[in-house]
Design a protein around this ligand. Structure first.
Ligand code: PLP
Length: 434
């Protein structure tokens, strides 16, 4: 299968090439030239398949011709070696827990899948790939853990000193081996600038094979379509067929994964775009234009995005028609106090703890149920484990949370970082001697 850029200028490439490039040379995002559809029989009988089988069938049309079926199967089973759980709450609310991977957030799906594909493609070329990632927290930890000890790849993470949470820092800056964490004197934008300058530097490109692992990478998008089908499979077992998904969103990669699954033939009634006060997309869906703005800090900080990069892909999946996108996608946004209110009420009434991101999605699902009688069954994607937001939750609930074993050992590891100024020449000489 060939992948084309949303800007239509770059030449079409295969999946592995699109993955290595990340962003297309014309500045667009890669999309399949034509989204493949799977036969109706498969979608109707999802409940007869395991999660790994579903994922394999969905991945095959994108990867066949480049990797053997055995390798594709191994990539999937090895990348997603942790459980998914569909929890049933009251009033036909379901929650799809995507946070049982090593960093306790859904980004493990994309990062681990991409890591294994990278090592497959690097193995063929024999030249080590160096991945540069600028991170403000969650992406860095998922990528660091995903690529840890993956042969043929090394990762250099740049994060702003003192500006990520202590847990995030432990998850990404303690690993060693093929993961190097640079603690940059500056803010996130400085980290991003250093990475961008490195990508266009001739000396560096001559010496190293540089690549990126940020959230616009096609290899992170694809696996985010699999679990929508898994949720439908579980609901088919209960005799439920009409389902609306609520997706807590920032860069909208997760929601785009759902739209992709629908385009492949998965039966979904609607998707809800749920955001915090960074509400560029809900505003657009309510009828105004798409106007990016500076992001605002909230308690659901992984969704603090002012210019959602996957919006162009969403539009692309609807043939560029803004009206078609609007009619399929209700959008809601909530403040921090509404988010906390939802965490408290769901905890009190259902004894279930939502992380701040998931609470935004859950509230949107509740609101849609009131106005749209067709939205009987809703599934909210639970994007992170509530323990990751221990400070906020313990304060609001006035209680102590139990820390999972996995996290305890993360918290005990020692930081291994290299201090870095925000000066490009220093970063460059580090990379040349790396
Ligand atoms: C990244 C992230 C999101 C937002 O996902 P997008 O694909 O960027 O929309 C939501 N919740 C959590 C916990 C995240 O880490």
């Amino acid at each position: 299968m060939r992948f084309v850029s949303t800007n239509r200028e770059a030449r079409p490439v295969g999946f592995l090439e699109a993955m290595k490039q990340g962003l297309a040379p014309d500045g667009g995002l890669y999309m399949p030239e034509a989204v493949p559809t799977l036969e109706n029989n498969f979608w109707k009988s999802l409940h007869q398949h395991s999660f790994h089988e579903i994922a394999f069938r969905m991945a095959l049309p994108y990867l066949e011709g480049e990797l053997s079926e055995e390798v594709i199967h191994a990539v999937i089973t090895d990348a997603i070696d942790f459980p998914l759980k569909l929890k049933s709450l009251e009033n036909s609310h379901f929650v799809l827990e995507l946070f049982h991977g090593p960093t306790l957030a859904f980004k493990d799906f994309g990062a681990r899948f991409m890591a294994r594909l990278f090592s497959e493609s690097a193995g063929k070329k024999q030249k080590e790939v160096t991945i540069l990632v600028a991170t403000s927290g969650d992406t860095g930890s998922a990528v660091a853990r995903g690529f840890y000890k993956v042969p043929g790849v090394r990762v250099c993470l740049l994060y702003p000193k003192g500006k990520v949470s202590p847990l995030q820092e432990k998850q990404m800056a303690t690993l060693g081996e093929n993961i190097t964490a640079l603690e940059v004197e500056g803010v996130f934008d400085d980290c991003q600038r250093l990475v961008k300058e490195a990508f266009v530097d001739d000396d560096l490109n001559r010496t190293l094979q540089l690549s990126s692992a940020n959230s616009i990478n096609i290899a992170r998008l694809l696996p985010q379509s699999f679990y929508y089908a898994y949720a439908i499979a579980e609901l088919q077992k209960k005799g439920i067929n009409d389902v609306t998904f609520s997706v807590p969103s920032g860069n909208f990669g997760n929601l785009t994964g759902g739209l992709l699954a629908k385009k492949m033939g998965l039966q979904v009634q609607k998707f809800i775009a749920a955001t915090n006060v960074n509400d560029v997309v809900p505003k657009f869906l309510k009828g105004s234009g798409f106007s990016p703005k500076a992001s605002v800090q909230t308690i659901s900080n992984a969704m603090d995005v002012g210019n959602p990069s996957n919006f162009v892909r969403m539009l692309n999946l609807y043939g560029g028609s803004e009206d078609a996108l609007r009619s399929d996608l209700p959008g809601y946004s909530y403040s921090d106090s509404e988010t906390i209110e939802t965490i408290l009420s769901v905890y009190e009434e259902e004894n279930y703890l939502l992380c701040p991101h998931t609470a935004v999605g859950y509230r949107a699902a509740s609101e849609l149920k009131v106005s749209d009688p067709d939205a009987l069954t809703t599934v909210t994607l639970a994007t992170a484990h509530p323990i990751k937001f221990r400070d906020v939750i313990e304060k609001e609930l006035n209680t102590k949370l139990e820390v999972p074993q996995q996290l305890m050992s993360d918290l005990q590891r020692e930081k291994k970082t290299i201090p870095m100024s925000s000066n490009f020449d220093e970063f460059k000489s580090f990379l040349l001697g790396y």
